[in-house]
Write a protein that binds this ligand. Structure first.
Ligand SMILES: Cc1ncc(COP(=O)(O)O)c(C=O)c1O
Length: 376
């Protein structure tokens, strides 16, 4: 049987990974500054993380959500201490798209409306509702296009935003804390404040997609914490499980739960929660947020001293390095000549880095040196 061929793949076969490094089948060692699309938050195979999962595996790995699973509450408790949303409720699922799917569905249940305001260049996932609010026609099949009516607004255009709210029947507005796939654009503090007020005025549920920008990646637990506003629903995934599939939404206490409203077979399983708890423990014990903030400051200084770099976008360790030429060749050289993984985005001139939050300065020095070498 062949694999359904939907991925353009590098000819690299990772067989082992540790910290910031991935090892190929021919013994090559790669510096991972991309973390498999921003997933690796505490480093590959962190010993505390692997122990937590294997300890859990040796007791119980799975039962469905028809029984009491105390590690879900342990995880919620840990999350309540760092998320800035201690009074919100947690629903657990398995991926980012699923988190947004449930967030949108809940907003629709709550308001009994169905239209959505989303933003140009957004990416929220490939399932039905999540795809409808994603600004990319190429990945939308005819079956998806009959779905939700979505009004796409230019990020930071307040006039256009106000006009969108004149539409009847809007249940939700969904926005990324910092755009990932779209190319690291982000809503300004003023724009988020305006969005919050309009959502209040029109009784629209504000969903903050922190799937990529959450979990301290931006230098705060959620990127929207820079603005001081609160969302009604926050979606999370990626860094949450450091590679173990887990997603979730934090839900405003005014949005009421009822039996059967949402559901999942695998969401909140023991292993995912063990992974999730370990990630939060490690981030806390290693004070990763300090590392992120220090390294962002240092990296910005280093990067802005390189003449070919036009702009450094993003926050924390979610950075986009913009050139005035396409980065495809540079990225290939970084990977195959310097053995450094980096990422791309919808903006062809933008090199994206999403390293583990535990990355060390000496590892980033290697990156800067390689970048300078390939640009000279
Ligand atoms: C902001 C954002 N939302 C949603 C998703 C979808 O997540 P998943 O691939 O886990 O379904 C992604 C994935 O890249 C993302 O970056």
């Amino acid at each position: 049987m062949n694999l359904f061929n939907v991925y353009e793949r590098f000819d690299i076969t990772p067989v082992k990974a540790e910290g910031c490094y991935v090892y190929g089948s021919n013994g090559e060692k790669y510096l991972d500054l991309y973390g498999g699309h921003g997933v690796i938050s505490v480093g590959h195979n962190h010993p505390v993380y692997t122990k937590a999962i294997s300890d859990q595996m040796s007791t119980i790995s799975f039962y469905s959500n028809s029984v009491i699973i105390p590690i879900q509450s342990t995880f919620a408790e840990k999350l309540s201490k760092v998320s800035g949303y201690p009074d919100y409720n947690l629903f657990l699922c398995n991926s980012g798209a699923e988190a947004n799917e449930n967030a949108l569905k809940l907003a629709s249940f709550h308001t009994k409306k169905s239209k959505v305001i989303a933003f140009k260049n957004s990416f929220h996932g490939r399932t039905s509702a999540a795809l409808n609010v994603t600004d990319n026609n190429k990945i939308s099949a005819p079956i998806n296009k009959q779905g939700i009516e979505t009004i796409f607004v230019e990020i930071n255009d307040i006039d256009e935003l106000k006009k969108a709210f004149d539409t009847e029947g809007v249940c939700a507005a969904i926005i990324e804390g910092i755009q990932g796939v779209g190319g690291l654009d982000e809503p300004s503090e003023q724009f988020l404040g305006e969005l919050r007020s309009l959502c209040d005025e029109y009784q629209v549920v504000l969903i903050l997609d922190e799937i990529q920008s959450g979990y301290f990646r931006s230098g705060k637990f959620f990127a929207h914490h820079f603005s001081g506003i609160k969302a009604d629903i926050i979606s999370m995934a990626k860094g949450m499980g450091n590679g173990f599939p887990i997603g979730g939404i934090l839900i405003h206490p005014d949005i009421e739960a009822s039996y059967g409203l949402l559901g999942t077979t695998f969401g909140g399983n023991y292993l995912a929660c063990a992974a999730g708890c370990a990630v939060l423990d490690i981030l806390n014990e290693e004070n990763s947020v300090e590392n992120v903030n220090y390294l962002e400051m240092w990296l910005r200084e280093e990067l802005t001293s390189i003449a070919q770099i036009k702009k450094v976008k993003g926050k924390g360790l979610m950075l986009g390095i913009e050139f005035d030429f396409p980065i495809k060749e540079l990225r290939t050289k970084l990977l195959f000549d310097s053995k450094i993984f980096t990422g791309a985005s919808m903006n062809p001139n933008l090199l994206r880095i999403l390293p583990p939050l535990t990355v060390k300065q000496e590892e980033l020095i290697v990156f800067i040196q390689a970048l300078k070498q390939h640009l000279s």
